[in-house]
Design a protein around this ligand. Structure first.
Ligand SMILES: *[C@@H]1O[C@H](CO)[C@@H](O)[C@H](O)[C@H]1NC(C)=O
Ligand SMILES: *[C@@H]1O[C@H](CO)[C@@H](O)[C@H](O)[C@H]1NC(C)=O
Ligand SMILES: *[C@@H]1O[C@H](CO)[C@@H](O)[C@H](O)[C@H]1NC(C)=O
Ligand SMILES: *[C@@H]1O[C@H](CO)[C@@H](O)[C@H](O)[C@H]1NC(C)=O
Ligand SMILES: *[C@@H]1O[C@H](CO)[C@@H](O)[C@H](O)[C@H]1NC(C)=O
Length: 295
């Protein structure tokens, strides 16, 4: 039998020919498909005018939705959302399939300048432009992700994954031993060069500009998910170390913020529903050189 499974939302911000569009990727299926994850009232007039929302569903979920009265209109939309029915998913494991939109938004939407990933368990009631402004432009960052609220070391993350039986233990060990053999060491906050505030991210919320380094990091991260387990919190730190090793001279503007900041911001935005009325401030953009990937 088919289990409906909600993987998350992806907002992709496009800017081309002066027109901005925003896409939401509501990838595949859910137990409780909810259209309330972003209410029209919470979208500012700028986004409302320039933005387009897309929801990706599988056929069975579309059938379920329709039976619940959510029937696409003549233009294939349900409310704000343009419906795209996906077929031939690349993996049988839905958690792995979900990493495609999560990590490869820039490949799915090659002309998008920004994307926001929100896991299905999260409800960030906010205008996506506010999120991009807060986490990227204001911090001059190209990639924003929160640190894990509890764990800082991959060693702890491995133990926790096993404790909760999140994945085949043998497969986790294979991945973990490989990382150690390729230079991953324990997180040491008092070390001389703490490259990251934490080695474990909370991967449920990612905001990024589709810059060359951000795209490269995302591709490298996806490679780990494809090669080893789909538990992407295990591979984040290794991916970062690998990126640094491969691109010693290049800057990667990573904003690893505290998880409480995301929650505070979600609350703050909740009360500023229609706050975004202006186009993005040009001086705060990090996308000036939106060109090809570094070689
Ligand atoms: C479908 O699109 C057409 C052309 O943009 C528009 O005129 C029409 O109002 C749309 N229909 C609905 C139900 O939104
Ligand atoms: C667990 O992973 C190992 C190594 O990848 C594999 O050989 C084994 O078949 C897996 N076990 C199960 C039950 O999937
Ligand atoms: C962490 O780094 C400090 C400073 O380099 C060092 O003295 C300490 O032994 C390290 N701790 C661990 C557990 O590696
Ligand atoms: C937000 O919406 C409320 C009610 O719709 C309105 O009274 C208020 O002026 C709006 N604020 C802004 C900044 O647009
Ligand atoms: C963007 O690219 C141009 C030409 O390659 C270069 O001169 C400029 O310094 C770059 N700007 C930034 C902000 O990296």
């Amino acid at each position: 039998s088919h289990h409906h499974f909600l993987l998350g939302n992806l907002f992709v911000f496009f800017q081309s020919h002066g027109d901005c569009m925003l896409f939401s990727l509501y990838y595949t299926v859910s137990e409780t498909l909810s259209f309330t994850s972003l209410k029209i009232s919470q979208i500012g007039s700028y986004s409302k005018k320039n933005v387009c929302f897309i929801m990706f569903l599988d056929e069975l979920t579309l059938t379920t939705l329709s039976s619940e009265g959510h029937i696409p209109d003549e233009n294939g939309s349900i409310g704000l959302w343009r419906i795209v029915v996906v077929k031939n998913l690349p993996y049988k494991d839905m958690r792995r399939a979900g990493k495609v939109p999560k990590l490869l938004a820039h490949r799915l939407f090659p002309s998008a300048l920004y994307s926001i990933w929100l896991d299905s368990k999260l409800r960030l009631h906010a205008d996506p432009m506010l999120i991009i402004e807060y986490f990227l432009w204001r911090k001059k960052a190209e990639y924003a992700i929160s640190v894990h609220y509890d764990r800082t070391c991959v060693w702890e993350e491995v133990l926790q994954n096993k404790r909760l039986n999140k994945y085949n233990h043998t497969a986790i060990d294979e991945q973990f031993y490989f990382y150690q053999s390729d230079g991953l060491v324990k997180f040491n906050a008092s070390g001389h060069d703490p490259v990251l505030p934490s080695y474990v991210p909370e991967g449920s919320f990612i905001v990024r500009a589709h810059t060359p380094m951000s795209n490269l990091f995302s591709c490298l991260w996806f490679n780990e998910v494809n090669r080893f387990t789909s538990r992407d919190q295990l591979s984040f730190a290794y991916t970062y170390l690998k990126l640094r090793r491969m691109n010693a001279g290049r800057n990667f503007q990573l904003n690893m913020f505290k998880d409480c900041e995301r929650r505070a911001v979600a609350k703050l935005f909740h009360h500023r529903a229609n706050g975004t009325t202006d186009p993005p401030p040009k001086n705060l953009r990090t996308d000036k050189n939106h060109s090809s990937m570094p070689s």
